[in-house]
Design a protein around this ligand. Structure first.
Ligand code: URA
Length: 250
């Protein structure tokens, strides 16, 4: 982040409009490197410490949040009738233009990354980047070795959609399974398992590349990614190179 206007930087956090920033400065409530800011157009550098009312303001260019998506919310930024995952966030974050990286169905739960970093989102979603998405599913029936082999070979669905090879790990008696995809077509897990005659009853995303759902989060809760999680996610190797080697607890 190069140097830029103070009002622009503060407004980019979504907490205040430029007009509000101007007023805060007039009231002497903004400090830049320990000195009260004089004018909205003053330049602030990358390393400048900006405080409002004595509190440090996080002016990072992008925001990265891990959300445990609960059932019943849309993975969208807005909807005229239904609640979306953004309704779970405070107002200043809703104003930042965050969006979900990939969609989960309304009834699907689990890991959803919310960010305003379009380049990272593109990388994570591109099938060419081989980012594993791991789901846990409970099915009507029992998945077995034949299902595993069929998914590994690459299913062709009824509508002609040719799926990339996917990994299926039956769990316990087979009424639950872990499934790993490298693409994200509409209702893909549900359609694949339905095509095998084992319709999905419950679906939860566990991970995306190196990013795993934090077990300390409850449905509906979110937190910022740690610096380590973000660095891992941005590395090309943040997606496991070996397909489906993303073993994890459920
Ligand atoms: N596959 C599905 O069928 N639904 C989801 O929400 C995600 C993957």
């Amino acid at each position: 982040m190069a140097s830029e206007r103070l009002d622009k930087r503060l407004a980019s956090t979504g907490r205040w409009s430029r007009r509000e920033v101007k007023e805060l400065i007039r009231q002497g409530r903004v400090l830049v490197d320990g000195v009260p800011a004089a004018r909205p157009e003053d330049k602030v550098g990358e390393e400048s410490a900006v405080l409002v009312d004595g509190r440090a303001v996080d002016c990072s260019p992008f925001v990265y949040l891990m959300l445990y998506k609960p059932a019943g919310l849309l993975s969208a930024t807005e909807d005229p009738r239904q609640k979306t995952v953004l309704d779970l966030l405070p107002r200043h974050l809703r104003r930042r233009g965050l969006f979900p990286v990939g969609r989960l169905d309304k009834d699907t739960t689990g890991l959803l990354l919310l960010t305003d970093d379009g380049a990272l989102a593109h990388d994570l979603l591109s099938p060419k980047k081989h980012v594993d998405k791991v789901y846990w599913a409970r099915v009507d029936g029992r998945v077995d070795e034949e299902d595993r082999a069929a998914l590994a070979a690459g299913l062709v669905l009824g509508d002609g959609l040719r799926c990339l090879p996917a990994r299926l790990d039956p769990l316990g008696d087979g009424s639950e399974c872990r499934i790993t995809l490298r693409e994200g077509k509409y209702h893909q897990v549900k359609r694949m398992l339905a095509a095998r005659g084992k319709p999905v009853l419950e679906l939860k995303r566990l991970s995306m590349g190196s990013l795993r759902l934090d077990e300390a989060l409850a449905p509906g809760q979110w937190r910022e990614l740690t610096a380590f999680e973000l660095a891992q996610l941005k590395r090309p190797a943040g997606s496991s190179k070996e397909f489906g080697r993303n073993e994890q607890k459920i």
